[in-house]
Design a protein around this ligand. Structure first.
Ligand code: UDX
Length: 484
């Protein structure tokens, strides 16, 4: 079974081309009248994990380029972003007080809760100093924090500063998280094995096995964590979503009944830019030169994001499943993906030589460019929200192997609601992998998936253009912030 783990990343990425970024921004609709307004500063506080840092820094760039806000990023020492990639932002580091052991725990809920305790005082001090004039000449309009930073609502209240929440996942999975405490109260959780396939009436179309449970050493912790996150989101001044109206329509209607605060689905964030700029690891560009040599829509791109890990047996099943498919593959094997190993030691002997160039393994890929490449035919993913959205944006069908949390919800929607993916069950087995790959790349079923995902991709393209849903939502957000 897949599991998750995370670690301290070293920033290795290289500076990017800012002129190119600004040019792309200008081409995405005209918000220039908004830039005439008085200069205001926004203070943003990302959660220090790759899947959360990316959307927060993308949001910062959107608000900087589209509305001319000045930007201050407060960040922890742990996984601090590479500030040299953002010379136009100011960065403030706060001590997180995490020991090496605390920073490398596999218990993500305990980790998030600990951060909420340890960062409270340093964050309050830093924000108070910024409000006292330490942030530059312009005044601070509001605070934008990741929803997981629930302690920041009390800090914002005490400093009389509006707080807007960035929810880095989609609305469907947020509704599912919000329902978990209720399901505990009703006695429906913890779930029994026999319930796995039973529909959850409170959050259709999910089944019990899709409930975004995250394992933690004390199950009561998850309940407490979610209650705090939901409560402090509900009393915030609004929620920004890295999603778009057409994708999350029904879930948004349901959400508004429970959360009658302003909602701004302005995504997909990364499509405002040429490529991701906030990678904590160096992206191996040989991925792209290798893809250039492959036939159109033939390649299986495999990546399980920045946290998920596998054991040695699973790793070998993945390797054989890929090899036996006889199709080309690009596989991201993060150092430490297989717990207790450095990198590729558990690979079968002479594996890559045996494939004669049909397989390419990298430590970290330029994922958005990879997915946009015409040779990629399918994305075998853990369904982290960024990966799922990036795949939709490029019209690439998915093989879904969710591990925990929102990934379970995303996979259900990809396979059963939007219907452009196939789900692999938790046991990783080479025969099943080979069959799934062949179904998506070679069979009519895969072609149908490709057609369906292209329809959604077209809607996404439209939503960012002048008058589109995300365009309008961004305009409302900017006006809202300016009204503070
Ligand atoms: C975490 C959680 O696991 C996920 O469920 C949640 O939705 C967000 O936070 P992570 O597991 O890292 O995220 O996955 P994902 O959300 O997909 O984000 C990974 C990001 O890293 C993506 O933006 C992707 O483009 C990038 N990436 C991934 C690379 O740049 N290169 C790679 O090789 C792999």
């Amino acid at each position: 079974m897949f599991r998750y783990l995370f670690s301290r990343f070293e920033c290795e990425n290289t500076p990017r081309n800012f002129q190119k970024e600004i040019k792309i921004m200008e081409n995405h609709g005209d918000h220039s009248h908004l830039q005439q307004r008085k200069k205001r500063r926004l203070v943003l506080f990302p959660l220090p994990l790759q899947g959360h840092i990316n959307p927060m820094l993308q949001l910062a760039s959107i608000l900087y380029h589209k509305a001319g806000f000045s930007i201050t990023i407060i960040h922890t020492n742990f996984n601090s972003p590479n500030s040299s990639n953002y010379p136009h932002f100011s960065f403030r580091s706060i001590p997180d007080g995490l020991s090496e052991t605390e920073a490398s725990t596999a218990d993500i809920i305990a980790f998030d809760m600990l951060l909420n305790v340890k960062c409270a005082v340093p964050f309050q001090d830093c924000l108070a100093e910024l409000l006292g004039g330490g942030g530059g000449d312009d005044d601070v309009a509001c605070l934008i924090t990741d929803a997981v930073w629930y302690f920041t609502q009390a800090v914002a209240d005490s400093l009389k500063l509006p707080r807007i929440v960035l929810r880095t996942s989609n609305v469907c999975s947020f509704n599912a998280f919000a329902a978990i405490p209720l399901l505990y109260e009703k006695g429906c959780l913890p779930m029994q094995d026999f319930q796995f396939e039973t529909p959850v009436l409170e959050i259709p179309p999910l089944r019990y096995k899709d409930i975004p449970i995250i394992e933690t050493h004390d199950p009561e912790n998850l309940n407490r964590f979610l209650k705090d996150m939901v409560k402090q989101t509900k009393v915030s001044s609004g929620i920004i979503w890295n999603s778009f109206q057409e994708l999350d329509e029904l879930a948004m209607t349901n959400l508004k009944q429970e959360f009658p605060i302003p909602n701004f689905p302005i995504g997909p964030f990364h499509k405002y830019f040429p490529a991701s700029s906030s990678s904590l690891l160096a992206q191996d560009q040989t991925s792209i030169s290798w893809l250039h040599k492959q036939p159109p829509k033939s390649v299986i791109y495999v990546s399980f994001g920045s946290i998920t890990g596998v054991n040695e047996t699973e790793f070998q099943e993945i390797a054989w499943g890929l090899a036996n498919s006889k199709l080309p593959f690009l596989w991201v094997v993060r150092p430490g993906l297989v717990c207790g190993t450095e990198w590729l030691e558990p690979l079968p002997k002479n594996f890559l030589e045996m494939l004669d160039g049909r397989g390419q393994i990298v430590k970290w890929a330029p994922q958005q460019e990879v997915l946009a490449h015409s040779s990629v035919g399918v994305f075998w993913t853990h369904n982290g929200w960024n990966s799922t959205l990036e795949s939709i944006c490029e019209g690439v069908p998915m093989i879904c192997q969710p591990c925990f949390g929102d990934q379970l919800v995303n996979a259900r929607y990809v396979c059963d609601v939007w219907r452009f993916g196939l789900r692999l069950e938790k046991k990783v087995e080479r025969g099943e992998i080979e069959r799934a790959i062949r179904r998506v790349i070679l069979e009519a079923e895969g072609q149908k998936m490709r057609e369906r995902i292209m329809i959604l991709k077209d809607k996404m393209d439209t939503c960012l253009k002048t008058g589109g849903s995300s365009y309008q939502s961004l305009e409302s957000l900017i006006n809202y912030i300016m009204s503070f």
